[in-house]
Design a protein around this ligand. Structure first.
Ligand code: GDP
Length: 140
């Protein structure tokens, strides 16, 4: 299987609780390499663009508020089947449904404040990576 890249965000509920290192350990133990990483405070425009696909959903306003409420850590992860592998490492959106040992089972507070984002397809991974990183930022 091919080496892929995926895009990750360590969300505000996790950075606020100083969980960046703990989450990075789960990512690395899951067989993914962190090949780019930056801590940023997302602007409203960045969050609205990033989650544009959810703009009609009832929780969109709450999601944008949350993602701009505190710093996040944006990352590029690399590994075999990185997109689906990271979805497995993160666990289900709702932490109550997430498997043991996953980031969301271990750390998430709720379905909204769920500690991590990971791209859902290779195409979206490329689009999301390009919103936050240039190729020169990524060191594989
Ligand atoms: P993901 O791909 O597992 O992150 O899930 P989705 O693409 O369905 O949703 C994107 C993000 O929106 C989730 O990670 C949550 O942070 C948030 N979200 C999803 N469903 C809900 C909800 O019912 N309520 C709230 N407040 N946030 C939600």
């Amino acid at each position: 299987m091919a080496v892929q890249r995926t895009f990750s965000i360590i969300k505000p509920d996790a950075t606020e609780r100083n969980l960046t290192g703990a989450i990075n350990k789960v990512i690395e133990d899951g067989g993914l390499r962190i090949v780019a990483q930056r801590r940023i405070h997302m602007s409203r425009a960045q969050a609205e663009r990033f989650y544009g696909v959810h703009s009609e959903r009832p929780f969109f306003g709450e999601l944008v508020e949350f993602m701009t409420s505190a710093p996040v850590v944006v990352q590029v992860l690399e590994g075999e089947n990185a997109v689906s592998r990271y979805r497995d490492v993160m666990g289900a959106t709702n932490p109550e449904e997430a498997a043991d040992g996953t980031i969301r089972k271990l750390f998430a507070k709720s379905i909204g404040e769920n500690s991590a984002h990971g791209s859902d397809s290779e195409e979206n991974a490329a689009l999301e990576i390009s919103q936050f990183f240039s190729e020169a930022d990524i060191v594989g």
